[in-house]
Ligand binder design. Structure first.
Ligand code: ATR
Length: 277
């Protein structure tokens, strides 16, 4: 019998995960099916119970349930606990165990797209929401030592640094401080929604000067190239969009469910086709 997987969220209709995972099941000869489930916040608990009762083998969790799902699971992995969000659930016998593959997915994507090795590099994260937290802790867990964070509300950045269970040297900056010190950083990670369609002319910080050859990774993929990526290129830097993070968080989830490493180039092609890129 086919194993059932899925993604819970609200809204969920535009998720590209079903296409990506169903193709990966087919490509790997696995009898599995992945489908979107629209779940309202007030029905989350019932939905998780239902997924368990129906024998669902694993699922992804997206906005707005990544934090709220945690107390409904039987166990939460330590990185997901530190991040404070779960995006992937696996079933072990009758237990649901929560993981977070967003940050590690980002790290894999960054290693792939960044033209230089990450060790000893100075990183600036723009934004201090859930995505920034996942990325900060995953970079710190991988041994990156210098990670600063800037945000419109600097206290949120301070909280991320304060709660970090891994050792690294960090400062929480205002957006203006980050603008003034931009030349210090080798890698910039853009995690806010600023620059996303339809407001594609916006940037979370002004960028006038960057370090020679600096690399920006923007987790937005609509548009494919945000204004801040284009600005970095114009100033002699390089940049990449959020497709890699999306693909690798999905690939890590697939691996947790099946033990098989899927072909991420194939996954990327499917996502790019879907986005019309
Ligand atoms: P996610 O979980 O996707 O990271 P989030 O928790 O809502 O989403 O975080 C959104 C991030 O984008 C925050 O860092 C937010 O800044 P604040 O913490 O000050 O709210 C940032 N952000 C959103 N709109 C912004 C804007 N117009 N200018 C600057 N930063 C913005």
């Amino acid at each position: 019998m086919e194993s059932l997987y899925g993604v819970i969220g609200n809204p969920i209709a535009h998720s590209m995960s079903p296409l990506m995972h169903n193709d990966a099941f087919k490509a790997n000869g696995i009898a599995g099916h992945y489908r979107p489930f629209l779940v309202k916040s007030e029905e989350l608990e019932k939905a998780v119970e239902g997924l368990k009762a129906l024998g669902v083998q694993g699922f992804n969790v997206t906005i707005p349930h990544k934090r709220a799902v945690m107390p409904l699971l039987d166990e939460v992995d330590s990185l997901a606990e530190a991040i404070g969000a779960v995006n992937t659930v696996i079933r072990k016998e009758d237990r649901f165990i929560g993981y977070n593959t967003d940050g590690m997915g980002f790290l894999r994507s960054l290693r792939e797209s960044c033209p230089f090795p990450l060790d000893d590099k100075k990183v600036l994260i723009i934004g201090a929401g859930g995505a920034a937290r996942a990325i900060f802790y995953s970079l710190a867990a991988s041994g990156i030592q210098n990670i600063d964070i800037c945000n419109r509300t600097p206290e949120r950045g301070e909280n991320i640094i304060k709660d970090c269970p891994f050792t690294c040297t960090s400062a929480s900056l205002s957006l203006q401080q980050a603008e003034q010190g931009m030349e210090k950083y080798d890698i910039i990670v853009q995690t806010t929604s600023v620059g996303m369609y339809p407001d594609t002319n916006a940037m979370p910080v002004n960028v006038n000067r960057i370090k020679e050859g600096a690399f920006i990774s923007d987790i937005i993929y609509n548009p494919l190239d945000t204004k801040i990526i284009k600005t970095f290129r114009r100033l002699g830097g390089q940049g990449d969009n959020g497709i890699g993070m999306f693909v690798h968080q999905g690939a890590l989830a697939f691996e947790l469910w099946t033990g098989i490493k899927p072909d991420t180039d194939r996954m990327r092609t499917i996502v790019q086709q879907q986005l019309g890129g």
